[in-house]
Design a protein around this ligand. Structure first.
Ligand code: MV4
Length: 662
């Protein structure tokens, strides 16, 4: 076994590899870009080398810098992780030339699977089932069009140098072939510098099922069961699970045998994945990924194995730890990928600082693989994945239920995420039924990608609770009577809170009880479920427990000035607190003006030139059917008014400016 390895990667996979290295007593050396000096993988490593600026081309993809770091660290082997240099045959060769072991397959095996046409020809020869198609070297227009006619429409034209869904074109019928071929070739040349294409029958509703394989340098090859990765979006995997729902034992065995044959055909060594598409009980080879994949934890959860440990053993020349007949799968595992993505911008990658980050508790059934901590930035430079959450259960419903529960416990604020989409998927009846195809997200987009709902009243109650607590003088956290701002009527007081939820202004009225509980009045339409009696219970760990009409919820409220984020059941609800006294405070601090604290209509406004006393109402604004009476901050003379009675004013509009009284 190696004494020391270098990890040529970052983020969660670097952390994942370091964890196994540590457990095996292997020294783990990290590399990092200037943007990652404070990153988690650097902190976890035994040593770390800065290899260049943030752009990956100048750091994580810079082969000479990585080899230089390995030499300086005395690392005997390099683990490439996934992405970056993991499927780069030239890197594998450069490692060998530098006398360092590449923890991955031989360069020749990477190359064999690099060209999709050549790989399919090889697989055909090895008896691996292929979609009916043409993957020959003769790229003559007539040859390709004849092939399409023989295959039968619809057909798919794929770039031979593509992969992972890049460079594919569906041709519905013969009339469209010539034009599609020209477009596909042009795109392939532009993207890959190679316009070789292949033609296949187009399967309209395939499932993506892949087989994990492992090979050693002693001629052993095993299959570690399949993963179903059909839940994808724009060729990006979103959910992976094992076993594949509904895959019968006989088909699984045939798929395992085909995958092992594929690995043997190219002299494979190490961890690899043979990807198939399956439809109507048949399966066909698509491509082979010659690396450890993002979704490998699913396989680890059902087998109880550590695939990174296997990789290190194989790279060190050991035989595979188990024979095929010693391998068994237990229960069901599902992984979701939590991404920094903005649902409001069609799930474009999002950036920002992870202002708050709390993962669900890990145990035998729940695993969290991440490479970021609270306070870290998600930048434009790298993949926006925040974490992988993996749940294991005795069966699929058990795993789905645990996953749904853990997703509800995930707390992320500061960066937009796909958590809402993931929660919707794991609750969707079609997903619960199992066996969805690759069109699942597109087919159910209307169910899964709903526009942000108004915050539920529990979120509003939590926000109000926080604002009440913040308004109390230090130390007096229980008595609502300590609130200087509350109105008192017949023994009970109430306080109004103006909040903005997106563009929507909300007026909430909290009727305070002596015991610290309150009744929350909500305007019509503010929340789907109306007014509530709110009982405040003991929170833990900075969270708050509130019972609304006797139903208890746990929430966390983050506050940064007027910005409130309520984390509740896996959702982050952004609210803005509009403090009616803020304009007065601003003026008292020297601001000398009153601005509209929220959008509304001007009901009354004092005239320019008038002398006013501190506290005298100068403007009455109606917002959300509530009158806000805005006082003068001090004795002053109104210098100018920015609006007239009846005007509609924007949030922040200057209403009145003052000059000091003589
Ligand atoms: C196909 C196909 C239908 N018919 N090939 C996309 C990724 C690449 N590895 C293969 N892909 C596909 N190849 C034929 N002949 C449909 C897809 C496909 C797909 C495959 C797996 C997972 C998700 C997918 C989403 C769209 C299309």
């Amino acid at each position: 076994m190696f004494d020391s390895i270098l990890i040529a990667n970052r983020g969660e996979i670097a952390c994942r590899i370091i964890r196994t290295a540590r457990r095996m007593g292997v020294r783990a050396v990290a590399v990092y870009s200037e943007a990652d000096a404070g990153a988690m993988h650097v902190a976890m490593a035994d040593a770390a080398f800065c290899i260049g600026p943030a752009p990956a081309a100048e750091s994580y993809l810079a082969i000479p810098r990585i080899l230089d770091a390995a030499a300086r660290a005395g690392a005997q082997a390099i683990h490439p992780g996934y992405g970056f240099l993991s499927e780069n045959a030239a890197f594998a060769e450069a490692c060998a030339a530098a006398g360092v072991t590449f923890i991955g397959p031989p360069a020749a095996a990477i190359r064999a699977m690099g060209s999709k046409s050549a790989a399919k020809a090889l697989m055909d020869g090895a008896g691996v089932p292929l979609v009916p198609g043409y993957h020959g070297a003769d790229q003559d227009d007539a040859v390709l069009e004849d092939a399409a006619a023989r295959i039968g429409y619809p057909v798919l034209i794929k770039a031979s140098a593509g992969g992972g869904g890049r460079g594919m074109r569906v041709v519905p019928g013969p009339g469209a072939f010539a034009a599609s071929l020209a477009t596909a070739r042009g795109a392939a040349r532009a993207a890959f510098g190679d316009d070789t294409v292949l033609v296949e029958r187009y399967l309209t509703r395939p499932r993506h099922i892949e087989m994990q394989v492992f090979a050693d340098t002693h001629d052993n090859v095993v299959a570690l069961f399949e993963r179903d990765c059909s839940v994808q979006r724009r060729h990006q995997k979103v959910i992976e699970e094992a076993p594949a729902p509904g895959l019968d034992a006989a088909t699984r065995e045939r798929m395992a045998a085909a995958a092992c044959a594929a690995a043997r055909a190219i002299g494979y060594v190490g961890a690899g994945t043979v990807e198939f598409i399956a439809e109507d009980g048949a399966f066909y080879f698509m491509e082979m990924n010659t690396r450890l994949q993002v979704e490998h934890p699913v396989t680890e959860m059902i087998t109880g194995l550590d695939l990174v440990e296997w990789q290190l053993r194989v790279a060190a020349g050991e035989a595979l730890p188990r024979r095929q007949d010693e391998l068994a799968a237990t229960g069901h595992a599902i992984e979701v990928r939590i991404y920094a993505e903005d649902p409001a911008r069609d799930f474009a990658p999002a950036t920002g600082t992870l202002q708050h980050l709390r993962a669900p508790a890990e145990d035998a059934a729940i695993r969290v693989d991440t490479g970021v901590r609270q306070g870290d930035a998600i930048s434009v430079h790298y993949d926006p994945m925040i974490a992988k959450l993996i749940a294991h259960g005795a069966d699929r419903p058990d795993a789905v239920r645990r996953l749904a529960r853990a997703l509800d416990d995930y707390e992320i604020a500061g960066v937009q995420t796909n958590l809402g989409l993931l929660r919707a998927i794991v609750r969707h009846p079609a997903f619960r039924a199992g066996g969805v195809d690759t069109g699942f997200i597109a087919t159910h987009a209307a169910d899964l990608m709903q526009p942000p709902a108004p915050p539920p009243r529990a979120a509003l109650a939590a926000a109000v609770h926080r604002l009440l607590a913040d308004a109390r003088p230090d130390g007096d956290t229980h008595s609502p009577w300590a609130l200087r701002t509350a109105w008192r009527l017949n023994g009970d007081g109430y306080q109004d809170f103006h909040l903005l939820a997106g563009e929507t202004a909300l007026m909430l009225r909290a009727h305070l009880h002596r015991d610290g509980n309150f009744r929350l009045d909500l305007p019509d339409g503010a929340a789907p479920d109306g007014a509530a009696d709110v009982a405040v219970g003991p929170g833990d760990d900075g969270a708050v427990c509130l019972a609304l009409d006797g139903m208890q919820v746990r929430a966390r409220v983050l506050r940064s000035g007027p910005a409130l984020t309520v984390l509740l059941r896996g959702e982050a609800h952004a609210l803005t607190y509009v403090d009616p006294l803020a304009p007065a405070r601003e003026a008292a601090a020297g601001g000398d003006r009153i601005v509209a604290p929220m959008p509304g209509r001007v009901l009354e406004i004092a005239a320019a030139g008038r002398a006013v006393r501190r506290g005298e109402v100068v403007v009455v604004l109606e917002a959300m059917k509530v009158q806000m009476r805005l006082p003068a901050p001090r004795d002053a003379v109104i210098a100018a008014v920015g609006c007239a009675r009846g005007d509609l004013v924007e949030d922040g509009a200057e209403l009145v400016s003052f000059v000091p009284a003589e």
